[in-house]
Write a protein that binds this ligand. Structure first.
Ligand code: PMP
Length: 348
């Protein structure tokens, strides 16, 4: 009998990345539109001189830097090859076969793929009519088999947030056998009140972990590095699921250099958040029902017209991210790029 792959992979949907189209503005992958700072680029260049050696498998310098900066002990931090890897590792670390993970839908499109690859059951709960996590319904959907609940905050692709009081009520009611993972990939773009700070919740509660990334606010999407903060037993288990050396040497060096330049990078995020609010206001004026976003993107709930809109945008030299039958996610770019987008939305 020939070697044959797992039959269930036939039904696995591919992860569809945002397209890069020559000559068009890419507002499709929630990246920041700015090149790395010179200090970060220099550090990366210097680190290339030793890529004949394996990277530090413990990411010691980065862990130390994160631990000091976040004010948590090192044994409460794990780093990974992007936070997407940490989402997968959490499932591997927490779930036996037959166990379940729970998340809202629509949310980060990797969750269902990772769950299937890992081989755990998945349960989803629709967002409410405001495109926000329906935490009461998620609580009702928890079963004795549920091991992990992902709360993506702000939510990709809608940009919406759950508020502090609502999340705290949810956490109070979640059974103790469940780990709640707050996926805060876009935390640095939040600029409103009453949005929970996952790190505070980790400090206060045993069954909460937080995932964050250097891909978005820190502009290192191409290098693949993220981190998870949680209780030491969870972190230790997550580290065990890591493929050896998966956080490469350039990524480790660049992440440390980015933390050194955090003030400048976070002030860029504040600019992007202001642009986001400008773009949303303009879209509301144009008649689009865009929910309030706290991330570096906005959501156009266009339903069946999502694909048609993406084609129209591309004809106007803007690449956006359509989710067929549901809506379109548009990343915030530079002010000029956003103006091009707003011209495309005006003529749709
Ligand atoms: N979580 C969310 C909600 C995301 O949108 C993304 C990136 N699209 C990730 C995690 C993963 O980011 P990365 O692997 O680049 O750190």
């Amino acid at each position: 009998m020939p070697a044959s792959p797992r039959a269930d992979l036939d039904s696995l949907p591919p992860y569809v990345p945002g397209k890069s189209v020559p000559g068009a503005i890419k507002l499709a992958s929630n990246e920041v539109p700015l090149a790395p700072l010179p200090s970060v680029a220099d550090t990366i260049a210097q680190a290339t001189s030793s890529v004949n050696r394996y990277p530090d498998m413990g990411s010691y310098a980065l862990l130390e830097r994160l631990s000091t900066g976040l004010g948590v002990p090192q044994q409460q931090v794990a780093v990974g090859c992007g936070s997407v890897s940490l989402c997968q590792q959490v499932m591997q670390a927490m779930c036996n076969s037959g166990d379940e993970v729970l998340f809202a839908w629509r949310s980060f499109e990797a969750y269902p793929i990772l769950a299937q690859v890992v081989g755990v059951r998945q349960r989803t709960v629709p967002l409410d009519e405001h495109h926000v996590h329906d935490l009461d319904a998620m609580l009702d959907a928890i079963t004795p088999e549920t091991r992990v609940v992902f709360v993506c905050n702000p939510n990709n692709p809608t940009g919406t947030v759950v508020r502090t009081a609502a999340l705290e009520r949810f956490l109070d009611a979640v059974p103790s056998h469940v780990l709640v993972v707050l996926d805060e990939a876009y935390a640095e773009f939040v600029n409103g009140p009453d949005v929970p700070d996952g790190l505070r919740l980790v400090a206060e509660r045993d069954n909460v972990a937080v995932c964050r990334t250097f891909s978005k606010a820190y502009g290192l999407a191409g290098l693949r590095v993220g981190y998870l903060v949680g209780q030491p037993t969870i972190v230790e288990a997550v580290r065990k699921t890591c493929i050896p050396f998966s956080v490469n040497a350039l990524a480790q060096a660049a992440a440390v250099a980015s933390l050194d330049a955090a003030d400048e990078l976070l002030s860029r995020c504040a600019d992007i958040s202001r642009e986001r609010d400008r773009v949303r206001a303009a879209l509301l004026d144009q008649g689009y029902a865009v929910p309030e976003s706290m991330a570096n993107f906005v959501w156009l709930p266009l339903g069946d017209r999502a694909a048609e809109f993406a084609e129209h945008a591309l004809a106007n030299k803007v690449v956006v991210r359509p989710f067929a039958g549901d809506g379109v996610r548009v990343t915030i770019g530079t002010p000029e790029e956003n103006d091009t987008l707003l011209e495309a939305t005006r003529t749709f």
